[in-house]
Design a protein around this ligand. Structure first.
Ligand code: MG
Length: 241
């Protein structure tokens, strides 16, 4: 086979390569997972067997329950965080809110997925459950409602596919904010939105410098929310692959 590309074409902007450059490294081959299973290059954070990849934010072992291939919030044991830390990353996870509806608004199937431990994507039973818009399922809590409500009925498994660009800091200064793209049950609900800062209840927070990598945190909000099939793919730049 002859050469596969070109070296006499125009240079791409801000790139060491020209169009169709035959020197440009081919993308690494990855075998995709079956049905939301982890692809071959994923870091598996929870495969249904144990919580060895997790710790309690209170210190020590994560004390949530592991039952049949999923984990379930054990109320009052606290939030749990992944041992491994990530900066720019793709996450996949699945969650289910209790099938038996109890409570309403923010009191119904509440948990949360905190990127870098600080930036919450809300987990809630948001199916036919009115609440404030920036607190519904798949909202960036207190910042952005999702573009649409793609919730499945309580008890059903739902998916989040998260694409995260970490904020950059120089010393104590913010250089660039975090960006989020989120797909909920196959539906795009945030498209490269600029995160305003750490999320919180009834409050607005400014960015404060933190390390370039942080844990994934899952919230104990006292409701029996389940999680399964959690994996991560640290993201590299196109030419760092
Ligand atoms: Mg929450």
């Amino acid at each position: 086979m002859g050469k596969l590309g070109y070296n006499d074409t125009p240079m791409l902007r801000d790139s060491p390569y020209c169009v169709h450059d035959d020197r440009r490294p081919a993308p690494t081959v990855v075998t995709s997972g079956s049905e939301h299973g982890p692809p071959s290059d994923a870091v598996v954070l929870f495969d249904g067997t144990d919580l060895s990849g997790w710790q309690s934010v209170k210190g020590g072992d994560a004390e949530w329950k592991v039952v049949d291939s999923y984990m379930e919030v054990e109320p009052k044991t606290g939030d749990i965080v992944s041992v491994e830390r990530f900066g720019d990353v793709q996450y996949h996870l699945e969650f289910a809110c209790p099938a038996a509806v109890k409570g309403d608004s923010q009191g119904r199937g509440n948990s949360g997925v905190f990127l870098m431990g600080l930036y919450e994507i809300q987990v809630l039973d948001g199916y036919d459950n009115p609440t404030y818009a920036d607190g519904i399922t798949a909202s960036v809590y207190g910042e952005y409602p999702p573009l649409v409500n793609a919730c499945r009925p309580p008890g059903e498994w739902q998916t989040y596919d998260i694409f995260w660009t970490a904020p950059r800091f120089s010393g104590v200064d913010l250089v660039s904010p975090a960006y989020l793209t989120l797909v909920h049950n196959g539906v795009l609900v945030h498209h490269h939105i600029e995160i305003m800062g750490p999320t919180g209840h009834r409050n607005v927070y400014r960015y404060e410098a933190h390390p370039p990598a942080g844990p994934l945190k899952l919230q104990d909000h006292g409701d029996l929310v389940r999680f399964r099939n959690i994996w991560a793919r640290p993201l590299k730049g196109y030419d760092e692959a």
